[in-house]
Design a protein around this ligand. Sequence first.
Ligand SMILES: Cc1cc2nc3c(=O)[nH]c(=O)nc-3n(C[C@H](O)[C@H](O)[C@H](O)COP(=O)(O)O)c2cc1C
Length: 211
Amino acid sequence: MSNILSDEALDQLFREAHTHNTWLDKPVTEDILRQIYDVMKWGPTSANSSPARFVFLRSQQAKQRLRPLLAPGNVEKTMAAPVTVIIAYDLLFFEKLVKLFPNAPAMRDFFAQNPQLVEATAKRNSSLQGAYLMIAARALGLDCGPMSGFDNAKVDEEFFSAGKECEGCDQEFFPAGHVRSNFLCNLGYGDRSKIFPRNPRLEFNEACSLL
Ligand SMILES: Cc1cc2nc3c(=O)[nH]c(=O)nc-3n(C[C@H](O)[C@H](O)[C@H](O)COP(=O)(O)O)c2cc1C
């Protein structure tokens, strides 16, 4: 049986973990981004499909490509954040099932023949993986600012269309045309003096049924 986490750990992951809009002048290293990925990748996905793909925008050059695609209220905090992650999903995720789910080789063809299931699976599981990413980041001492206020189609065009898969970097994680953005998340060390007061959450009886 697993140990129960301390109150301090639960505070850090959930109860005291606010959405952040203002960032301290403290860099987020490539090493910590790799650590976040190496923790969050263990979160479960259906058929171990792992459809999420992550683009970590670190340079001003990369951020400027995003700027005009953001809702006005998201521009300043995103430009100021040390890192902005595009949490995306690969509609050809099933091509990796040979590696990821070798115990059921038929799953690859099952997905390949069912585009509606592919889309639902990619969206559902990349959203989960985005949440795992935020919890991993918080566990490793960072703060998060998730955002859906941006133009998904334009982000897909700018970052995932032919010839733009990996502009300005030397790796090609994203073959063109089949990766779509889900949501964005600013990452950094937040300025705790600037967080908004916590809004309430639904009580157990408002959100849960015990049958
Ligand atoms: C998927 C998602 C999308 C969001 N989109 C935006 C956004 O576009 N702009 C924004 O300012 N906040 C956005 N938020 C932040 C939420 O409003 C915030 O997380 C929520 O009010 C809880 O705040 P708290 O974490 O400080 O309690 C988003 C949060 C999530 C999880």
